[in-house]
Design a protein around this ligand. Structure first.
Ligand SMILES: Cc1ncc(COP(=O)(O)O)c(C=O)c1O
Length: 309
């Protein structure tokens, strides 16, 4: 859905609630020119016990950590950003939505060094359904190995969720879509599997679960962490520091993506080669169910992951 078709009227910007149309920045904003922003993507679910933000504390923590390599001091406390977000969702009566906090070097001077430029912060929220389409969750997606490689973490901190990094995600994702696929898989500089443009990736082989380790140039995904925990709760062996070669994808029993936007999305084909029998596999289905059960059950197995409005 386009923003213009939405019924959300307010955005929190630099300490106050402003009209959606007034939440603007100067064209000489540092972050616009150099990609010097950090952000989060968070979901609020309409659970059995009312609307609740999923793993808010972890997302907030990652936002502050992302700012660290850029020496960016977010001029609000965790409590202030939490209060602002809860207030925004309540005002807009948003029960099931996507939340986008962003902090960036603002307007002041335009050298690459941000100097004394202010750090601006905004929080927006809007309704957002399944990222890769409803059907993707049951049938799985067809993906292509991108010809674009992920940046090495010696070039840019890949564990910081920085706006500028997403140019690489755009290139990979659009290349895949131009070629008729739904999404891309991006290899790291070494040629091993890193992640999707906005998702982490999991592989199942002989009943065990593998996912690339943090040193493979991936984002430390919060859904990744959630699924690892859910899988271990169910007795699975999870190798969370795996190095996965490209060829292993083709011989995997199952593959799936995780992400706040993508949730748990099965991958049914890679470069037109079927994975397993070309549909959602049993382990993927079990973990996907476990993930959605967190939200749909009256008593969630992990109540500590929910911040109620
Ligand atoms: C590059 C990248 N990898 C992985 C993820 C998944 O992370 P999370 O589960 O925290 O949303 C995202 C989404 O934020 C992402 O942009």
């Amino acid at each position: 859905m386009e923003f213009d078709e939405m019924d959300v009227e307010t955005i929190w910007q630099d300490g106050s609630f402003v009209d959606w149309d007034d939440a603007t920045v100067h064209v000489l904003t540092h972050g616009l020119h150099y990609g010097t922003g950090v952000f989060e993507g968070v979901r609020c679910y309409d659970t059995q016990n009312g609307p609740a933000i999923f793993r808010w504390d972890e997302h907030l923590e990652r936002l502050y950590q992302s700012a660290q390599p850029y020496d960016m001091e977010i001029p609000y406390t965790r409590e202030e950003l939490t209060t602002a977000t809860l207030e925004l969702l309540r005002r807009e009566k948003l029960e099931s939505c996507y939340i986008r906090p962003v902090a960036f070097y603002g307007y002041g001077s335009l050298g690459v060094s941000p100097g004394d430029n202010p750090v601006d912060v905004a929080i927006a929220a809007w309704p957002w359904g399944a990222y890769l389409g409803e059907e993707a969750l049951t049938k799985g997606v067809e993906v292509m190995i991108s010809s674009w490689r992920k940046h090495a973490s010696s070039q840019i901190p890949t564990n910081a969720k920085t706006t500028g990094l997403y140019v690489n995600s755009l290139l990979a994702g659009e290349e895949a879509r131009r070629n008729g696929y739904t999404e891309a898989i991006v290899l790291n500089k070494e040629g091993n599997v890193a992640e999707g443009p906005g998702e982490n990736i999991f592989m199942i082989r002989d009943g065990e679960i593998y996912t690339p380790g943090l040193s493979e140039s991936i984002l430390d995904g919060i859904t990744r962490n959630t699924v690892i925990e859910l899988a271990r709760d169910r007795g699975y062996t999870v190798h969370d520091r795996a190095t996965i070669s490209r060829g292993e994808l083709n011989t995997a029993d199952e593959l799936f993506f995780t992400g706040t936007a993508a949730e748990v999305t099965p991958i049914r084909k890679v470069d037109n080669v079927e994975i397993g029998d070309g549909s959602r596999g049993p382990v993927t289905e079990e973990l996907q169910q476990a993930f959605f059960d967190l939200i749909d059950r009256e008593t969630s197995a992990h109540e500590e992951w929910f911040t109620y409005l």
